[in-house]
Design a protein around this ligand. Structure first.
Ligand code: PGA
Length: 255
């Protein structure tokens, strides 16, 4: 089963509008024909989505948001809905990032509502799951992931493997400089693919893209991408500098 790799940049709470526009422009201008073998997405903060979308128009770089709220509109001060993201030019949206779970009280139940609302407006959700260090040490990695998948995806039966993406992000590897070894990543990615195949069938499980995230850098991407079930990366810190992100895109190619 061939799956188009996806290298996604999560800019988190970094960059003003002008900084975001400049970074996105540099990235788009410096992609070469060969980089098209990989799909590229960036997720700037909400304030920069519309201006960055204008910069990315007619380029191969896709735009994503870092979060959404599940209602379409209403009296929900400070929230942003799926239709608003679509109107700002987004094709992707990150859902359930561990920082949102850790600092903003997101649970598998809210993740589930967010996934449904993203799918309803044909935004491609990047569902983030992953265990903490103490859960890994206690041997709970697979039971934690199983719960995040079954509760997060409750009532969702996808037929089109391209309509969503999963990102495995071990919490202990995010922003810490500690990366999972490629063998650790492969073991978990195979578990996730197997879980999805059982729940939604071979067509969906086999073609679903599963990204790895957590301290991805130019010097570890190649080894990670060599694993059969690693289909790309969700990159935080190293996506902020367009030259470093371009290196990650280049080294992610296996040919
Ligand atoms: P990092 O973040 O690459 O800075 O570790 C990854 C993420 O949080 O998506």
């Amino acid at each position: 089963m061939t799956r188009m790799p996806l290298i996604a940049g999560n800019w988190k709470m970094f960059k003003t509008v002008s900084e975001a526009v400049e970074t996105a422009g540099t990235l788009a201008r410096n992609l070469t024909g060969r980089d098209m073998e990989v799909q590229v997405m960036i997720a700037p903060p909400f304030t920069a989505l519309s201006p960055v979308s204008r910069v990315l128009k007619d380029t191969p770089v896709a735009l994503g948001a870092q979060n959404l709220f599940w209602e379409k509109e209403g009296a929900f001060t400070g929230e942003i809905s799926g239709p608003m993201l679509v109107s700002a030019g987004c094709r992707f949206v990150i859902v359930g990032h561990s920082e949102r779970r850790q600092y903003f009280g997101e649970t598998d139940e809210t993740v589930n509502k967010k996934l449904k609302s993203a799918l309803e407006v044909a935004l491609i959700p990047v569902l983030c799951i992953g265990e903490t260090e103490s859960q890994r040490e206690a041997g709970e990695t697979f039971s934690v992931l199983d719960k995040q998948l079954s509760d997060g995806l409750k009532g969702i039966k996808l037929k089109d493997p391209e309509s969503w993406v999963v990102a495995y992000e071990p919490v202990w590897a995010i922003g810490t400089g500690k990366t999972a070894t490629s063998a650790q990543a492969q073991e978990v990615h195979a578990f996730i693919r197997n879980w999805v195949t059982k729940a939604m069938g071979e067509n969906v499980g086999g073609a679903l893209r599963i990204l790895y995230g957590g301290s991805v850098k130019p010097d570890n991407i190649s080894e990670l991408m060599a694993m059969p079930d690693v289909d790309g990366a969700l990159v935080g810190g190293a996506s902020l500098d367009p030259d470093i992100f371009l290196e990650i895109i280049r080294y992610s190619r296996q040919t």
